[in-house]
Ligand binder design. Structure first.
Ligand code: MN
Length: 501
């Protein structure tokens, strides 16, 4: 479903006419060579498209206008091979509505000591050309990423690649649509938020639908479609005997299949990228959607339970950011603690809705009662999440603005089997320790709902938050509570001023 080659970034090189046509020809050739290398780089998942060398303000503005209008361009990579007087860039940068990365590189890797002359110096002068460009970006207080190093180095390409992933997610948010079936869980605070500000600042739209609309879509599922989906379940999961065809509760699985067919159809027809449900509003549904939600998340949809549209959008963003990488992304909730001498752990889960993309092995398809909601027992996939480093992240509404909160964790195998726990779950150790991580999280106001992603790194989220003009509170192995509390206070002032009235 998600293919980042659908997106492109434009490679934009600045220069001027001072050096004559031969130099500009060389600049264009070098620029094309670098763009081709970045396009072919394993670590850069989007296409990198070379653009003509820009030497005049009107050319710069025209290119920015094209980038703003392009449906596939998610950002610009800028580089000043020679010197490009930066007043030429003011109107263009002012008009730019897409993220940009300033690549501070040099075509030639090393100084040719015995041969270097002034022609070489004038061609390979990014060392000061890029500083001129950097100044105007700093003067204009523009959010951007600066990457320094030779363009063929894998570390440089990896940093560019991380930014392109964030830019793709940013674009996906700008065009994203969240469907809500039911409102927020009654009286819950953190899942609330300003949908207008979300649309304006973060980009995606959030709209509610009567659960009756979903029930209507479910009712249209044909029995032949249900048969085919049951066959898919039997092929993909270890289905418990009572749910298998002929089993005592086979009809419950057919109900689950109908819910998946109806929900998927509703989301596809509406062009939605994420959705929410709530156990408080299931009128006309036979059971709380569990299996269906798990499978739709696996296929790339964002999801938030209890009407949590912000987490639904964040799950989607992290799925776009990590598309094509191993590891998976899921809706998650900090559920219960293991406060032990062997080290504190968090057991994360939800009532049902954990994405199978994070499963350690083949999931089991089971049916158990749900103690809340007053509906029939829901079918669900049960598994342990696989081990590995991951990030749990949330976005909260502070009233005047949004804040992203992210914790770096290490998912581990549970110390013992959990035979009586009828839901999918993940066990993790937060960095640097539970006391610091959970303390910082609570000071920052992070949600109990999160998006848990394995291939996501702090760099992805830092780039993404920057593109969204949103604060990111990162809690990692270097976290210190006292520093974090100060940062939260400073950020309150900075982001209030930066936003303006
Ligand atoms: Mn919840």
């Amino acid at each position: 479903m998600l293919n980042l080659r659908d997106f492109e970034v434009w490679f934009v090189t600045g220069s001027q006419h001072l050096y004559g046509p031969d130099t500009l020809t060389a600049v264009a050739r070098h620029s094309g060579e670098i763009a081709a290398a970045l396009d072919a780089a394993t670590d850069i998942p989007v296409r990198v498209v070379p653009k003509p060398v820009l030497t005049r303000p009107d050319e710069i503005l025209r290119l920015v206008d094209e980038a703003n209008a392009s449906e596939t361009c998610v950002g610009l990579i800028t580089w000043m091979h020679t010197f490009s007087p930066a007043r030429m860039w003011i109107s263009g940068l002012d008009a730019l509505r897409k993220p940009f990365l300033h690549l501070h590189t040099q075509f030639n890797r090393e100084i040719p000591w015995s041969e270097i002359d002034m022609d070489f110096m004038n061609l390979n002068q990014a060392a000061h050309g890029d500083r001129e460009f950097g100044f105007i970006a700093a003067r204009m207080r523009l959010e951007r990423k600066v990457v320094v190093g030779h363009w063929a180095d894998t570390q440089v390409q990896a940093r560019i690649g991380a930014w392109t992933r964030a830019a793709a997610a940013r674009r996906d948010w700008e065009t994203g649509k969240v469907a809500r079936f039911g409102d927020n869980m009654r009286d819950v605070a953190v899942t609330e938020g300003d949908k207008l500000e979300a649309q304006r600042r973060l980009g995606f739209t959030v709209n509610g639908f009567g659960v009756g609309d979903l029930v209507g879509s479910i009712a249209e599922a044909a029995e032949t479609q249900v048969d085919a989906l049951i066959a898919t379940y039997l092929a993909e999961y270890d289905v418990v005997p009572e749910l298998r065809p002929g089993g005592q509760r086979a009809e419950s699985l057919r109900d689950g299949a109908r819910i998946e067919l109806g929900l998927r159809r509703f989301l596809e027809e509406g062009g939605f990228t994420a959705f929410t449900t709530t156990f408080e509003d299931l009128h006309g549904l036979s059971q709380l959607p569990g299996l269906a939600v798990q499978r739709l998340m696996r296929d790339g949809y964002g999801f938030g339970a209890e009407g949590d549209w912000k987490t639904a959008a964040f799950v989607r963003a992290m799925k776009v950011m990590s598309a094509g990488l191993p590891g998976g992304v899921s809706f998650m909730e900090d559920y219960t603690y293991h406060l032990a001498e062997s080290g504190d752990l968090i057991l994360g889960a939800h009532m049902l809705e954990v994405c199978e993309s994070i499963a350690a092995g083949r999931p089991r398809l089971e049916i158990h009662p749900l103690s809340i909601g007053g509906k029939q027992d829901p079918v669900r996939l049960v598994f342990d999440a696989h081990a590995g480093p991951a990030i749990a992240a949330s976005v909260v509404d502070l009233g005047q603005r949004f804040r992203m909160v992210a914790a770096v964790v290490d998912v581990v195998a549970p110390e013992q089997p959990l035979p009586r726990l009828p839901v999918a779950r993940a066990t993790w150790r937060p960095r640097p320790d539970l006391a610091t991580s959970a303390g910082a999280w609570i000071y920052a106001g992070g949600s109990h709902h999160t998006s848990l992603g394995y291939a996501i790194t702090p760099e992805h989220l830092s780039d993404f938050a920057s593109m969204c003009g949103t604060e990111l509170v990162l809690i990692d192995e270097n976290a210190r509570i006292d520093e974090l509390r100060s940062t939260l206070r400073w950020n309150d002032v900075y982001y209030s001023i930066a936003r303006g009235l």
